[in-house]
Design a protein around this ligand. Structure first.
Ligand SMILES: NC(=O)c1ccc[n+]([C@@H]2O[C@H](COP(=O)([O-])OP(=O)(O)OC[C@H]3O[C@@H](n4cnc5c(N)ncnc54)[C@H](OP(=O)(O)O)[C@@H]3O)[C@@H](O)[C@H]2O)c1
Length: 439
């Protein structure tokens, strides 16, 4: 609208190229003569004129933030990404309403990694209690659009950022009092190493949160099994991130969930797709590794519980595993049961699995084009599976956050019915067997 009116009132737009000048009669808005420059050039001139105008207009720039927003393309100079969330100073929390979606929880949370699997559940729970959620995103506009619907109008604020540009991170954190870091990746790409994504970014966020001064809670998402001695590079990077985050921000809360299960998960969906396509499932390491998979919504609830408590979760590490320890084979049985396919396995010993997965890692930085992302045969995950990933004996768990995690068998895996031969409604679903009060 602003740009539009600017266009209408633009008196004479200077243009180097050939242009015609003419008057439009009949409208007072068009009473001045203006030049018909080539459209591309005209648009860029208008953009520049608009930016100059914005630079002079003090009301927009009088928005105070802890960090001066830079002109690097992510701050106030791009009015498109500017939010008008009121700035809350350190420790100053305003709460209004009854605690529902249209209330004001007083939390302004920046959720890094909100565009991922866990992110959607975290954002949904934050929005449901009336929290303003800033969603930094780096990809296309589509990556966050499902999140916008989760809150009232203006509650969910997507902001473009670049994880390698410190000033853009400061811009997305400037107005928040809570930071949640869900950034993580279980495979390397040509652009990003395990260490940069899983450790470097977490450390940088913690450092900026410390400098910010107004961040009251910092939640760092790690992984069950993360340890400096892990055979997996990702898990070693996650362990290093835990250490760095606690060093920079000692009051941070670290969450270490087991394998996440839910509608968009990357284990049961991948297995089901593979089993449907090839008629069998490869069981890496004979499927004997013990894991403690957890329902994604329980992990999101744990994050909420840690934000809402009296500060007792600050500076602590929680290991979040589901109620059952199971082997990979047992989890695969649950998947086959739900998709109603006869379970057929090919047991793949670790050395053979590693041999199948190695070429991608070997070629990743050697070929001049991106390679497909690994699915079942991911070398680093195969290395991780050589050790059990279960909750350690004295760890803080869901119980310490007053949460009872869901059993996996049943509703949490019911999304797998979409893989059934004959369609999702072929055969009875678990929720049909349960009473509505149990759902
Ligand atoms: N999924 C599991 O089974 C599991 C288990 C234990 C712990 N965790 C941890 O829980 C957290 C969330 O997991 P998830 O399953 O939701 O992960 P996910 O779906 O892969 O999402 C990861 C998020 O991190 C962002 N991200 C990845 N690489 C990035 C990069 N180079 N620069 C900036 N952002 C980047 C992604 O942004 P884009 O959308 O732009 O790529 C996305 O928002 C992660 O830290 C993960 O390690 C997951």
């Amino acid at each position: 609208m602003f740009m539009h009116s600017l266009t209408l009132f633009a008196p004479e737009i200077p243009s180097k190229g050939k242009s015609k000048s003419r008057k439009i009669k009949g409208s007072p808005f068009f009473s001045q003569s203006f030049s018909l420059a080539p459209i591309g050039k005209m648009q860029s001139t208008i953009r520049n004129t608009g930016r100059r105008f914005l630079d002079q207009s003090s009301p927009l720039y009088s928005v105070k933030s802890i960090y001066p927003l830079t002109s690097s393309g992510y701050g106030l100079d791009q009015s498109r990404y500017v939010s008008n969330i009121p700035v809350k100073g350190s420790g100053h929390i305003v709460r209004k309403g009854t605690g529902g979606r249209s209330s004001v929880s007083g939390i302004v949370a920046t959720v890094f990694g909100a565009t991922g699997f866990l992110g959607r559940y975290v954002v949904q729970k934050l929005a449901k209690m009336g929290t303003q959620v800033l969603v930094p995103f780096r990809g296309s506009e589509d990556s966050h659009r499902h999140l916008k619907l989760m809150g009232d109008l203006g509650q969910i604020v997507p902001m473009k950022y670049n994880p390698r540009d410190e000033s853009s991170i400061k811009a997305v954190m400037a107005k928040s009092n809570v930071v949640i870091n869900l950034i993580g990746r279980e495979y390397e790409t040509r652009n990003y190493s395990f260490e940069e994504v899983n450790h470097g970014m977490a450390e940088q966020l913690a450092l900026i949160a410390k400098e910010h001064g107004g961040i009251m809670r910092f939640v760092q998402m790690s992984c069950l099994g993360a340890s400096p001695s892990s055979p997996s590079r990702m898990l070693r990077a996650k362990a290093a991130a835990e250490e760095s985050v606690l060093r920079e921000f000692p009051m941070a809360t670290i969450m270490k969930p087991g394998t996440l299960i839910g509608t968009e998960d990357r284990i049961l969906n991948t297995w089901a797709r593979f089993a449907k396509s090839y008629g069998f499932l490869p069981l890496i390491g004979n499927g004997s590794t013990k894991i403690q998979p957890v329902y994604v919504i329980d992990v999101a609830s744990a994050i909420m519980a840690s934000l809402k408590d009296d500060g007792s979760s600050m500076g602590k590490t929680y290991e979040l595993g589901g109620p059952q320890v199971m082997t990979l084979h047992e989890l695969a049985e649950i998947m086959f049961d739900m998709i109603r396919e006869w379970p057929r396995y090919v047991k793949v010993p670790f050395p053979i699995a590693k041999a199948i997965a190695s070429p991608r890692d070997f070629l990743l930085k050697k070929v001049p084009f991106p390679l497909p992302n690994p699915q079942i045969f991911n070398l680093d995950q195969i290395n991780a599976l050589t050790e059990d990933a279960v909750i350690s004996p004295n760890a803080l768990t869901f119980q310490d956050l007053d949460i009872v995690p869901n059993e996996l068998k049943g509703y949490p895996v019911e999304f797998l019915i979409c893989y059934r031969k004959g369609g999702p409604n072929f055969g009875t679903t678990v929720s049909e067997k349960l009473k509505s009060s149990e759902l």
